[in-house]
Each structure stands twice: as C-alpha cells, then as structure tokens.
Design a binder for this molecule. Structure first.
Ligand SMILES: Cc1ncc(COP(=O)(O)O)c(C=O)c1O
Length: 327
C-alpha cells in the first residue's frame, strides 16, 4: 500500500516548511554566493504558512481556541492564506481584514479557501479605526472571535526560531555570513535572525525595506523619519515598529524603491526562473547591493517570500506597471 511509504505525506499541513535553498547562478552577485530560500514552495504559497500553523497550534495548546471557533486576522494576505489552509484542515471559521491596496488575487484566493474577507482603507495609519489592525481588534472584541494578531503573537517568532533558522543553518552547513530579510511583523527577523546569530555571532543581518517605510531610516539614523510614505510592495515595510520586531538584530538596512523592487523581481524570473512577489524583489535588490559591495566572497541567504501567481494583475501586468511605475 502506497500510504505506508514514509515519503508520502498524510496531510497538507505536513508540507509546510523544509523549503529548498537555491543558489542564484545567473544574477550578478559580485564576489559572493547568494542563496534563496524558496518559501513560495509552501502549500499556501508563502513564508506565512509557517506562522499560521504555529499560531493556531499554540492557541489550541493554551486552550484559547477549539475547532468551530472563529479566528480573525489583519493581514496583507499571505498570513490569511496560511490561516485559511490550517482553518480548513482543523475546522475553524476565518475572517480576514485586509487593506484595499493588496492584489485582488489574494482576496479571490482567500474567498476560494472559505475565508470571509473585509477590505479596509490602506491610506490610514495605526490608531485610526479603519486601520486594518485596529479594525480586526474591534471586530474581534465585538464578536468574541479570536484575534490571532501576528504583529504581537510570540508564536510567530517561535515558528521561525524553530524552523526557518535551523533549516537555513543546516542547509548551508553553518557556512552563512549574512541573512537578508524584510519586516512585515518582524517574525522572520526576530526568529530566524536570532537563531542564526546565536549559532554565529559574526553573522550580519541586513534589512530590506521599501522606500517610504519607517524601518530602514530608523535603523540607519536611530530616529524615525518625520514623514512616512506609501509603497506598492505588499507585505513588508511599516509605519510603526511591531511588538515582536527586534530591530537590534539588524546590522545594516537598505531602502529600496518600488521600481527597483518590481524590476528585480522581473530579473529573478528572467534569469533564475523563479516567479515571486514584489517583496522578494525588494529583498533580492538589497541582497544584490550587499553582495556587489562586498570585498570578499561571502555566503548570503535571502528569501523568495511568496509566489508571483498572486500578482498577475500587478507586477506581471505590463499595463499596470506602465500606469503605476511610469514605465
Ligand atoms: C510578502 C511578505 N510578507 C511578509 C514578509 C516578512 O515577514 P515577517 O512578518 O516575518 O516580518 C515578507 C518578507 O520578507 C514578505 O515578502
């Protein structure tokens, strides 16, 4: 019987994590070797599957939720898809609060997976009642739903400390000099970053941040910028420092324009055959700057955070690029 084969997975959730590491062979990485951890290979198509599973199982262990309950989350979309995947398998209802700048594919995907999607304003900041995180909190307390809250949930960090970090260390045989990551919640940075720095205190952590976000200027100057901008890249960049985000881990930060992010993502597809989302373009652009400015050969790891299939109407649509990036 096929099912007795140990290579056969018995549940889609077992497919989360253990993603491949790809050496970038055709991009110009200067004297360095750049490896990309292909998080788009997770079953929900993004790095966020890892935290969705951890956050739900942690809440179950604490007795905060049980199948049949309603979960609510504020998300740029990918955490929602990860939660929908877990919710379907475990029998939870799911409400998603998503800013309206996010690609329509994410809404379709979430609805196809049984989630209820509430779109809210993208042009308001933390503290405004229509801001997606404030709105999620309000709806959760009014309806008695469980607010997963990836921005303050320690299980988010734990997921990356327990899985992403150790996988990278093992896959590189410990030969890693730098990690390049973005910050949405800071879970990847705080979890994988702290694990890898504990393994090798010399390891450098490089923040890739969209231009307009508060984070890179804060790291570089020690003070938040007076004006927070807006950006098209989805899932990374912030107008505040999330509770779980440990920026002290960051050694250097790069601000990357939308234009550079989008074009670098297109290069990634053309040269390496990986169709990723725009945030992966931001990470890759920062990684390439770091690699090309290096005087010696370093092993650098970054992420392909989500699948490009979720951005066919934007990044991979010439008309959209013409209208929004002025091409
Ligand atoms: C689409 C997307 N979401 C989120 C993140 C960052 O995740 P975190 O919430 O762990 O900071 C990334 C990564 O760089 C990303 O590309």
């Amino acid at each position: 019987m096929i099912g007795q084969d140990t290579n056969i997975y018995k549940n889609v959730l077992e497919l989360i994590g253990n993603t491949p590491l790809l050496l970038a062979s055709n991009l110009d990485t200067g004297p360095c070797r750049l490896y990309l951890k292909i998080e788009s290979a997770n079953p929900g198509g993004s790095i966020k599957d890892r935290i969705a599973l951890f956050m739900i199982e942690e809440a179950e262990k604490k007795g905060q939720i049980a199948p049949g309950d309603t979960l609510i989350e504020a998300t740029a979309g990918n955490t929602g898809v990860g939660l929908a995947l877990v919710a379907l398998q475990k029998g939870y209802r799911l409400q998603i609060i998503m800013p309206d700048k996010m690609s329509i594919e994410k809404k379709y995907c979430l609805e196809a997976m049984g989630a209820e999607v509430i779109l809210t304003r993208s042009d308001v900041g933390k503290g405004h009642p229509q801001y997606y995180q404030d709105l999620a909190q309000t709806i959760a307390s009014e309806n008695g739903a469980f607010y997963v809250n990836q921005f303050a949930n320690r299980a988010n960090v734990k997921a990356h400390y327990a899985t992403t970090g150790p996988e990278i260390w093992q896959q590189t045989g410990g030969a890693i000099d730098a990690l390049v990551c973005g910050v949405g919640t800071g879970g990847t940075l705080s979890g994988a970053g702290s694990y890898l720095k504990e393994c090798n205190p010399e390891l450098e952590i490089i923040l890739a941040d969209p231009e307009g976000s508060l984070l890179a200027p804060l790291v570089e100057t020690g003070t938040p910028p007076e004006v927070i901008g807006s950006w098209f890249v989805e899932g990374i960049g912030e107008d505040f420092v999330p509770e779980i985000c440990d920026l002290r881990l960051v050694d250097r930060a790069y601000s990357i324009t939308d234009r550079e992010s989008f074009h670098t993502a297109l290069d990634l597809l053309r040269l390496e055959g990986i169709m990723a989302g725009p945030s992966s373009g931001t990470l890759l652009a920062a990684a390439l700057r770091y690699c090309r400015s290096s005087k010696s050969c370093k092993n650098v790891v970054s992420f392909v955070c989500d699948t490009g299939n979720r951005y066919l109407s934007k990044l991979y649509n010439r008309q959209w690029r013409q209208n929004h990036l002025g091409e």
